[in-house]
Ligand binder design. Structure first.
Ligand code: DAH
Length: 355
């Protein structure tokens, strides 16, 4: 009788077409209310000799069915995996889809390249709002009320809200303020984003982009600032011996302040970057002014650091030979096709920033 049960169960095991069906067979045979389990329960009513003999036979049957279940399970799992791999097969030798018509705007690409380089140096990305208040855009950055440096910014003012003077941020420096107010040193961030000034000609648009950098800790000095910017410019412009010149300058929020020039050659309307004796200004920087640290709740006797700010359009024009600033914002698809970037070429230090 057990032989008949064995044959039946084994054929059920072998007939199970998938893992759920197999599990059902297992439950029906070996589960709490399974058929073999049922016979086991009856052992108590037998004489000791009968019980011994029947018990051994049942145990042998149970082991055999369990082994058959395991073997079938292994077969079904392997078949399942094989079918899935087959179904999800990808031909990696196929060319990428030819229909990628869209292009990444040079501003986005340039910002991504900058972020890739600074990220490699350990900078995080910070952001702030385009609509700022006077405190974050000016006062906390050591522009006293009535200071002439405020007028240099051609600010777009908005109707006042809750007694606060609101404006479109004239630079990305207010993100420094927000970052210092909301985080404890050490701080190491870059803040790319839109900025606005009321100006329009060959070299100015009312909306443009900047990237801001800020490093605050207990020991960072002007040497670190120089090292960081030299590394950045050489990586970004991909010129290993690109010379940088730090010229004394003035910004209310840094002391000392400097403007940075990179080496270039101007010849017949062409511009070449490198060690040629001529210079081109590309960014402003300096050691964060103690007044700024204090306005942002940071102890200026304990902490110090550097900051820098750079125009994204300007360096994009230099790197990619784009002659007219205004074309960036004309949304001309022919221009974008020419100067834009293929979406799959994501800037990455290891694979090259631009290919
Ligand atoms: N915010 C300045 C501007 O828009 C640029 C700048 C200069 C930013 C020096 C800085 C800096 O962080 O240290 O003209």
């Amino acid at each position: 009788m057990l032989d008949a049960l064995k044959d039946e169960l084994l054929s059920l095991v072998n007939a199970a077409a998938d893992l759920p069906a197999l599990d059902e067979v297992r439950v029906n045979a070996l589960g709490k209310k399974g058929r073999i389990t049922g016979f086991m329960k009856e052992l108590g009513g037998l004489s000791p000799d009968e019980r011994k003999e029947r018990g051994q036979a049942l145990n042998a049957l149970k082991d055999e069915i369990a082994a058959a279940l395991d073997a079938r399970k292994a077969d079904l799992s392997a078949a399942h995996l094989k079918a899935r791999l087959e179904a999800e097969r990808v031909d990696v030798t196929l060319p990428i889809r030819p229909e990628t018509e869209g292009r990444i705007h040079p501003i986005s690409q340039t910002m991504d390249e900058m972020i890739a380089i600074f990220a490699e140096m350990g900078f995080a990305v910070a952001e702030g709002p385009d609509v700022e208040d006077d405190f974050h855009n000016f006062t906390a950055l050591n522009f006293p009320v009535g200071h002439p440096a405020r007028d240099m910014h051609d600010t777009f003012y908005l109707p006042d809200a809750d007694d606060k003077k609101m404006l479109l941020r004239t630079h990305t420096s207010p993100v420094q303020v927000r970052t210092m107010l909301n985080n404890k040193p050490p701080i190491r961030i870059v803040a790319p984003g839109r900025t606005y000034r009321s100006d329009y000609d060959m070299t100015h648009t009312p909306m443009f982009h900047q990237i801001e950098g800020l490093v605050i800790d207990e020991a960072t000095n002007m040497g670190h600032l120089k090292g960081c910017l030299v590394e950045f410019c050489r990586a970004f412009f991909d010129v290993d011996d690109l010379p940088l010149r730090f010229r004394p300058s003035f910004f209310p929020f840094t002391e000392p302040s400097a403007e940075v020039d990179i080496g270039c050659l101007r010849k017949g309307g062409e511009l070449k970057l490198g060690n040629y004796g001529d210079w081109l200004e590309i960014l402003g920087c300096g050691m964060v002014h103690p007044n700024v640290l204090e306005a942002c709740g940071i102890d200026s006797t304990k902490y110090q650091g550097f900051a820098f700010g750079m125009g994204v359009e300007r360096v994009a024009m230099l790197k990619y030979g784009i002659p007219d600033l205004r074309t960036f914002f004309e949304a001309d698809l022919r221009w974008l096709k020419h100067y834009g970037f293929v979406p799959l070429d994501i800037p990455n230090i290891a694979h090259g920033l631009t290919r």
